[in-house]
Design a protein around this ligand. Structure first.
Ligand code: F6P
Length: 327
């Protein structure tokens, strides 16, 4: 069958996430299976503006499903946030005869994509790819599960040394403005507490976690601190605890960018593969400016505008579970 879209461009943008390669592979192979050509765009929107483009065959995406990072490279483009930048990007698309774009990225990447689609009437579909899991309309994002597992492994290791020395570890976790990674990793690793931006004042969270005599039988522990829950992050929380509870010997570990690396989990590979196929299908079905998502195990399409603007809630039962289970 012949579709109005003959060539799809695919790019990765923003912070890389494990599973992005699985998504690139799925987009490429699903498009080719439908007789649609694929042009890979390197370095995110910067490459779209500069014309860093290569046509992909099925062999170009061989042996990448298990690799972390993104073979297309990624960038956070300031220039694409300007109208002049987006004009350049549009000119590249015309020159390269790219009819539609699939953007694999997060919040910032989708804001740019939405503007671009509106201004130049370009069909755009988003695949949520970020370890932060902060996009509304999808239960998960590509990379989130792998990052959770990475954090859990690191915290397990920290617990060994923390218990041996009877220390309290403050572990700083990424997430931009969202606490999903922090809260869920805290549950998975059996942490004593999580400090997240979505909940009450940090002092209260700390008191609930280690004060009130509740933890008298334990003098070691793990508290996960979301990077932006408090100015100064885990270090500031450590200083706060040392003042309030000098009986604790504290140590701070910032996990940093290792949370973004590594081979994607089976879950992320499967989600990324489904998202890639669904994104191509969306373009074939003439959907515009939507993000592919997963809700209750099913593929859904969510307007990009909503995915960016609406706030995804932290599940209250998870928050309560952490409080109960950490006693
Ligand atoms: O959005 C992914 C993320 O890793 C956030 O969790 C973090 O705040 C940010 O990117 C770090 O960005 P950069 O890699 O530019 O330092």
């Amino acid at each position: 069958m012949e579709y109005s879209i003959k060539t799809i461009g695919v790019l990765t943008s923003g912070g890389d996430a494990p599973g992005m390669n699985a998504a690139i592979r799925a987009v490429t192979r699903a498009a080719l299976a439908n007789g649609i050509r694929v042009k890979a765009i390197f370095h995110g929107y910067n490459g779209l503006m500069a014309g860093e483009i290569q046509e992909f065959t099925t062999q170009d995406v061989s042996g990448i499903i298990q690799r972390g990072g993104t073979i297309l490279k990624s960038a956070r483009s300031k220039e694409f946030m300007t109208l002049e930048g987006r004009q350049k990007a549009y000119e590249t698309m015309q020159r390269e005869q790219i009819d539609a774009l699939i953007v694999i990225g997060g919040d910032g990447s989708f804001s740019g994509a939405r503007l671009f689609a509106q201004e130049f009437n370009v069909p755009v579909v988003g695949i949520p790819g970020t370890i932060d899991n902060d996009l509304w309309g999808t239960d998960t994002t590509v990379g989130y599960d792998t990052a959770l597992n990475t954090i859990m492994d690191c915290v397990d290791k920290l617990r060994d040394t923390g218990t041996s020395h009877e220390r309290l570890f403050l572990v700083e976790i990424m997430g931009r403005d969202a606490g999903f990674l922090t809260l869920n990793a805290a549950i998975a690793a059996g942490a004593e507490a999580a400090v997240i931006p979505e909940r009450t004042a940090v002092e209260t969270q700390i008191e609930e976690a280690i004060g009130h005599g509740r933890r008298k039988h334990k003098n070691s522990g793990i508290v996960l601190v979301q990077e932006h829950a408090v100015p100064g992050g885990a270090k500031a929380v450590g200083e706060m605890i040392e003042k309030l509870h000098p009986e604790y010997d504290t140590r701070v570990t910032i996990l940093g960018h290792l949370q973004r690396g590594g081979s994607p989990s089976a879950f992320d590979r499967i989600v990324a593969s489904r998202f890639g196929c669904a994104a191509v299908q969306a373009l074939i079905d003439e959907q515009r400016s939507v993000m592919v998502g997963l809700q209750n195990g099913e593929i859904v399409y969510v307007p990009l505008s909503k995915a960016i603007k609406e706030k995804k809630d932290i599940k209250d039962d998870k928050w309560r579970a952490l409080q109960v289970l950490s006693i």
